[in-house]
Design a binder for this molecule. Sequence first.
Ligand SMILES: *Cc1c(COP(=O)(O)O)cnc(C)c1O
Length: 228
Amino acid sequence: MTIRDNLQITGSKINSFIQKYHRQPDSVQLLAVSKKHPASMIKEAYNSGQSAFGENYVQELADKAEQLSELDIEWHFIGPLQSNKTKTIAHIADWVHTIDRLKIAKRLSEQRPAELKPLSVCVQVNISGEASKSGVLPEQAISLCEQILPLPNLRLRGLMAIPAPEHNIHKQRATFAKLAQLKETINQQLNLQLDTLSMGMSDDMEAAIAEGATIVRIGTAIFGIREA
Ligand SMILES: *Cc1c(COP(=O)(O)O)cnc(C)c1O
């Protein structure tokens, strides 16, 4: 199977779930998660029509963005972000999905070059309530969103979550439904129109699309198993 085949299969699956759950056509964006895979594979995916890529490690993203600078790639940063690395991300990324502290958001806004579009950001929510996971607790999400809104060079888009692994689709859906509900609550309470739910990976994409995902983050199903 080539990357082109995998992209085609993943795209057809997304479309079949869109139909099955009566979602709007084109309402789910495929983010190809390329972490730990070489730039050559990103190029292959790009030449097959994929233009949005997700990376988890700052230096790896910086290296790949430089190697692939001639391509019109939309880069999404989806890994944990420390404050000493925000400047690199502010210069390279189009999106950051993993905002869980105001300090990081402030630095990204301050360091975003004026000639670039505002950086699209999502607040990461610890939706399964796991002690070790990153993300704000659901009850803290509204206040973090409220504090991000005035930052001039960021554009708050919505919420992101990485739920605890779970095989039962009904349980997967119940967790994703909580994130979707939280976005609605935030939209109502802050009078916003946040449009993004970044949720769903290779193993829980169907449940995520059923519950309103607008970005699914897929790695393994496109690029294969990652080296440890
Ligand atoms: C690695 C990763 C993915 C992709 O996971 P797969 O199981 O390979 O599809 C999605 N989201 C995040 C945040 C990741 O770190």
